[in-house]
Design a protein around this ligand. Sequence first.
Ligand SMILES: *Cc1c(COP(=O)(O)O)cnc(C)c1O
Length: 399
Amino acid sequence: MPNTVETNETKIMNTYKRFPLTLVRGKGSNVWDDEGKKYLDYSSGIATCNLGHVPSMVKEKINEQFESLWHCSNLYHIPNQEKLASLLTKNSLFDQVFFCNSGAEANEAAIKIAKKYAKDQGNPERVEIVTFKQSFHGRTGITMAATGQEKIHQGFTPLTPGFRYLPYNDVATLKEVNNGKTTAVLLELIQGEGGVFPATKNWIKELEKVCKENDILLMLDEVQTGMGRTGTLFAHEQYGIEPDVITLAKGLGSGFPIGAMLAKASVAQSFQPGTHGSTFGGNPMSTSAGVATVEFLTQNDFLAEVQEKSAWLRVELEKLEQSHQVIEEVRGLGLLIGIQLCEEAGTWINRLRNQGILVLAAGANVLRVLPPLTTTKDELEYFVEVFQGLLSETEGMTS
Ligand SMILES: *Cc1c(COP(=O)(O)O)cnc(C)c1O
């Protein structure tokens, strides 16, 4: 075999195609590169910096904790962890929380508890979990298997068994959810990485019905849709459903690594000492960030303002869709927005970046726009103006 490996300066494994940009500072909706150029960051670290960069309320809490204790293991009581669990359960329909460090780990915890729950209920034959095509649940061994995308599985067989992938938003195949071996379904209410596809209300309602009738756990991966991203603290509030389990990560620590799995008491009791754990999960630092983040998000009127801003942006983007051929569709909920283009999303990411605006892709032709929830109306107007300018420019004289 010829050695085709290119010599490369970096000692970092090549798992990411990186933009030619080095960010060194951030404040609010802005970031600055190593040459001092300022950008409007409408990628928010992939829906993670929901309160903008270095939000002062979170910074204060972290600084306070930083002075007193960094780590002490889960063999002792951790006040910030207790406080964050109280805040999360007070603001949701769940009873208990397990803390970890990432979205994948939160989903691992959900998958584990679903299997254990079946056994505790006297249903040891229930070992399968239904997930959906085009989903994304993480990169670890088990969450990769849970993810319904072949390109994520490529090269990593044999996969962890026990997952069945059904088509998303398809009522006709819901009868396949219960095959006598299913303990849970796990899904995103908006498929984020898969192209920003929101679940339809009707399908979700029908799916919930199948789950409740057959004692199958309804588990939602709210890693991207949670923490105010869609205009409510959790996306499921807008669907009028009652999940048994949800998972959180991205926005939960405003940029500090933290994940969580929330469950109703009937399910939560399946985790007992020795069944699951994490060295860093829920440590004093990350949970201090989590406490400040949830306190900020649940302040009076904050989420109502997010809804107002996102409704305004949606109308403006739909106007652009009407007047510019390159936009096929605008999708999403709140400030989790997908703009389906009939061109490569990458071209548009570069064009916007050259104008000082950072956005992402979700699949080949979908621009994913994720403003911080704290973004101002002026910034939103600026974004629309620049995007519109580029759309008109590239259409030349034909528009
Ligand atoms: C980002 C993401 C994950 C994985 O989170 P990590 O913190 O990268 O492990 C899982 N599910 C969804 C829906 C995500 O958006």
